[in-house]
Ligand binder design. Structure first.
Ligand code: ZN
Length: 451
């Protein structure tokens, strides 16, 4: 069995791993590169093997940095099936068309304003490309084996992280590889903790927070503090949020804070049709989350959901303290950009990021203290308070990653660390070597491992 690293090397985006065995090719994850321009350009490069030569794709979870390249693969000739869990399939039905729409919207906007260096600017893929990709998705159960071409057997295990997220065990006569996908946390508001890892010869482990510990304590305390302080100065709390997972956590958290009178009774607006659709998927898959019926009711009732562009614009014209939750979570696109243009220039407001901000995103530069941020070709001053909620992360921190991999029934031959910025991956590499005594490397783009 041969494993080629085609993404998430030295970065947290673009997850793609090619397994080759017995004349078959299986791609684990098919993620979009996001953030830094040199990475985004890889989305437009010719794929390393002809997509028509790939027999099957397996998805760990629905996030675009793990699925958003599928429309390109299908458009360019992939004809096989894409296997994922049932919740992942339902979330992909929301996320992939939205990604296609955003690609088209970005190109249209660039052409209208004339700020693209390409004339005309073309979308990476379209809404129709994304819809065609969805036709290839096939739902499979957790904890059951299924067979792919090349006598490769696949099994999904629960990874926490987001609804439907799985770690993937790929087994063949040539050996076994465990892909962690993105690992969640013990004590997550929405999801059960990740299941213990099975034995495998090789592990591909994410390392997003490989050099960090999440703050102890309840993240709701931080939300209560920021909301109360911002409201006392008459400001707006704008929360750029990831539509899937983070938004639902925030809604449950705000409902609990409001019920216990720990925040003032401010209006809450959920300005993300996608987040509202994702909430419906949560409600439709009760076996995949740990919410009580009261929490589920709160998911439906705590926020005013806006659908039309007019309703979205009306939020910006409102006065007085309020909470606005809008996508995207790293302010790379979506409706939140329009809200940022209105709310970022004023001292009384707070921009509250809800999780990890990848290098090169507007979120990362605002958190680093940028005085202006470029939106739609213009410079927007950032005078609002800028904060981040680290404690709401859907990713295991360094201790939790070591704890999870350390529960393998036997030591693997080799651990490869991906899905982390270089310093995070290297810090985790040293800990796995020193604390577990295992062979561990951080692969580079297009590196090949032979089993
Ligand atoms: Zn993810």
């Amino acid at each position: 069995m041969q494993l080629t690293f085609l993404g998430a090397t030295g970065t947290v985006t673009g997850s793609k791993y090619l397994i080759e065995h017995g004349g078959a090719r299986v791609l684990v994850d098919s993620g979009l590169f996001q953030g830094l321009k040199q990475l985004r350009l890889l989305n437009r490069a010719k794929f390393v093997v002809p997509p028509s030569s790939i027999d099957a794709v397996v998805l760990t979870h629905a996030h675009i940095d793990h699925t958003g390249y599928l429309p390109v693969l299908v458009r360019d000739g992939f004809r096989g099936m894409v296997y994922c869990t049932a919740s992942t399939l339902d979330l992909c039905r929301i996320l992939l068309p939205d990604s296609g729409y955003l690609q088209e919207e970005e190109a249209r906007y660039a052409n209208r304003k004339g700020f693209s260096r390409h004339h005309p600017a073309l979308p990476l893929y379209t809404l129709v490309d994304a819809q065609r990709a969805l036709e290839h998705l096939m739902p499979m159960a957790f904890d059951r084996n299924f067979d792919l071409p090349g006598d490769i057997t696949i099994r999904f295990g629960r990874a926490g992280h987001i609804l439907g997220a799985a770690f993937v065990l790929a087994t063949s006569a040539g050996g076994s590889i465990l892909f962690s996908g993105d690992l969640g946390r013990p004590g997550d508001v929405l999801l059960q903790p990740p299941a213990d890892p099975p034995a495998a010869d090789v592990v591909v482990l994410e390392s997003t927070y490989g050099d960090r510990r999440h703050p102890a304590g309840d993240p709701a305390d931080a939300v209560a503090e920021v909301v109360t302080r911002t409201a006392s100065r008459g400001g707006v709390v704008l929360i750029p949020s990831f539509a899937v997972g983070r938004t639902q956590t925030l809604l449950v958290c705000l409902a609990r804070l409001r019920a216990s009178n720990r925040i003032p009774p401010l209006p809450v607006f959920l300005d993300s049709p996608m987040a509202s659709d994702a909430t419906d998927v949560f409600i439709a898959h009760p076996a995949d989350h740990r919410l009580t019926p009261e929490d589920v009711a709160a998911l439906r009732n705590v926020a005013v959901v806006t659908h039309t562009v007019e309703e979205s614009k009306a939020i910006d014209a409102r006065r007085g303290p309020m909470i606005v939750i809008s996508a995207s979570g790293m302010a790379t696109g979506g409706r939140v950009l329009h809200h940022l243009k209105v709310f970022a220039p004023h001292h009384r407001n707070t921009i509250l990021f809800s999780g990890y901000q990848a290098a090169g995103t507007r979120g990362a530069s605002m958190l680093a203290g940028a005085e202006t941020v470029k939106i739609h070709g213009g410079q927007v001053p950032v005078r609002a308070e800028v904060r981040v909620l680290d404690g709401l992360s859907a990713h295991a921190d360094a201790d939790e990653l070591i704890g999870w991999i350390g529960r393998m029934p036997a030591a693997p031959h080799h651990v490869y660390l991906t899905h982390g910025e270089p310093t995070a991956a290297d810090a985790l590499r040293r800990r796995i070597h020193d604390e577990l005594g295992w062979t561990c490397d951080v692969p580079a783009f297009r590196d090949i491992a032979h089993l």
